[in-house]
Design a protein around this ligand. Structure first.
Ligand code: ADP
Ligand code: MG
Length: 234
């Protein structure tokens, strides 16, 4: 599904050069559920942004679904991203003056679905995250946990094959965090490949594979023993 080899990413400003990723290599198989941990500044978000085609890289190769995405035009990248990738940001990134229905609609409009198809997808996605009775609310009228669930609905509404999440539980209380994790497990059980940055070792244990990033490289890559009961079957 995802194959990165020796990806490097350098951020340059007038005064400093930051090597956010150095020879970063990783394979993620279809159906996998990978967590990414590592110290602050180690490159986790940069990796996720590159994986999600939100950012380019300085060198190396990245194949998404067998397709080399290194030399795509901006519009081809956007199209591929809209088609295959859902992204959940730590800070939710909801549009404050759009209600929940319209927030979830934003990426669907880019996909060119007709309005009946969009309506069906939006209602289903909000139903999945337990917010179908709030469709006309504005983000500010919701708790942080609810806003994060809207962000998840927005990421899911386009049925992405690949879901990338940057500390999706980082701003949530423990009960909300667990309900978000249950949701991600269900989505993974239905076939969506997930890569999630998290600081929570308990959540990392529930995934299928854990990678640890240090100084812009994968320093550990471990398969989680699968004898734990999966939240998806609960
Ligand atoms: N847009 C940017 N411009 C300059 N430096 C950046 C930018 N984004 C990230 N960095 C730097 O790259 C390094 C990795 O950052 P990041 O990927 O955000 O780490 P993490 O998510 O693990 O905390 C850090 O040193 C950070 O300051
Ligand atoms: Mg980060």
């Amino acid at each position: 599904m995802l194959k990165m080899e020796n990806i490097s990413k350098v951020f340059r400003t007038d005064v400093v050069e930051t090597h956010a990723l150095r020879q970063f290599s990783l394979n993620v198989d279809e159906g996998d559920f990978v967590t990414v941990t590592g110290p602050s500044g180690s490159g986790k978000t940069t990796f996720l942004n590159i994986a999600g085609l939100l950012e380019t890289y300085s060198s190396g190769t990245y194949e998404l679904d067998g397709k080399d995405v290194s030399n795509l035009s901006d519009s081809a990248r956007s199209r591929l991203r809209n088609e295959k990738i859902g992204f959940i940001f730590q800070s939710f990134n909801l549009i404050p003056d759009l209600n929940l229905f319209d927030n979830v609609d934003v990426p669907l409009r880019y996909r060119g679905f007709n309005s009946a198809e969009r309506k069906k997808r939006i209602e289903e996605a909000l139903e999945t995250v337990g917010l179908s009775n709030r469709m006309k609310h504005l983000p500010a009228q919701l708790s942080g946990g609810q806003q994060q669930r809207v962000a998840i609905a927005r990421a899911l509404a386009g049925s992405p094959r690949f879901l990338l999440a940057d500390e999706p539980t980082g701003n949530l209380d423990s009960k909300m965090a667990h309900s978000v994790m249950d949701l991600l497990h269900n989505i993974n059980a239905q076939g969506t490949t997930i890569v999630m940055v998290t600081h929570d070792p308990g959540f990392a244990k529930q995934a299928k594979r854990n990678i640890f990033v240090r100084d812009g490289q994968v320093s550990e890559n471990t398969l989680v023993e699968q004898d734990l009961p999966s939240a998806a079957s609960a």
